[in-house]
Design a protein around this ligand. Structure first.
Ligand code: HEC
Length: 172
């Protein structure tokens, strides 16, 4: 079993976590809930609280970037995108405590497998782990009543302004 605390990585995140925890507490106190209708999400000081759907939308884009980084063997970029995804889920867990942690932690195994594949620079293992992560995205969507949001491995990139193969070509 992978470490369910996979979401906690950089020590520098502690301050950010504290900030989000504060905002999360406000959210719990009644500014929003998973079931609420959609007023603008702000704290008393007007600070912005991202909606869960918006956190997810960003995650979707990074899911695509992660795929192309791995497929093109740009391992530093793949590691970066994986960490971005972890950070987004960390925020989601703090801001939306109504999300079952068990569904979040189903991401832990696939994330650890992707991390290992990146470190080993193993494209096939990366592809297998990426499929597992994608399945974990959909498991939670189904469990949360959003089964119609069906994530899959991308077959084209919308990012024409970013290069995915590493400069100078892949170095296996
Ligand atoms: C722990 C549960 C959970 C996990 C894990 C999860 N999601 Fe979601 N996702 C949700 C919920 C709940 C919503 C609906 C949010 C809303 O709009 O209120 C959602 C919505 C979405 C949406 C729709 C956003 C939009 O505006 O169209 C996308 C895209 C998405 N998720 C992508 C992903 C991807 C990619 C992953 C995996 C890398 C993932 N999700 C993992 C719970 C989860």
């Amino acid at each position: 079993m992978a470490d369910p605390r996979f979401l906690q990585r950089a020590p520098g995140r502690a301050a950010a976590r504290a900030r989000w925890a504060f905002l999360g507490a406000l959210a719990v106190a009644g500014f929003c809930s998973l079931a609420a209708a959609d007023p603008p999400l702000t704290g008393p000081s007007g600070s912005y609280i991202p909606r869960l759907g918006d956190i997810m939308e960003v995650t979707q884009l990074r899911h695509i970037k992660l795929w192309y980084a791995g497929a093109d063997q740009n391992w530093p970029l793949a590691g970066y995108e994986l960490n971005q995804i972890k950070d987004s889920f960390e925020d989601a867990m703090v801001l939306y405590p109504g999300l079952p942690a068990s569904n979040m932690t189903t991401m832990a195994g696939p994330a650890a497998a992707i991390d290992a594949a990146i470190k080993a620079k193993d494209r096939d293992a990366f592809a297998r782990a990426f499929n597992q992560m994608t399945a974990a995205c959909n498991l939670c969507h189904q469990a949360q009543g959003y089964g119609s949001i069906l994530i899959k491995v991308p077959n084209s990139s919308p990012f024409s302004d970013e290069q995915f193969p590493p400069k100078g070509g892949a170095k296996p």
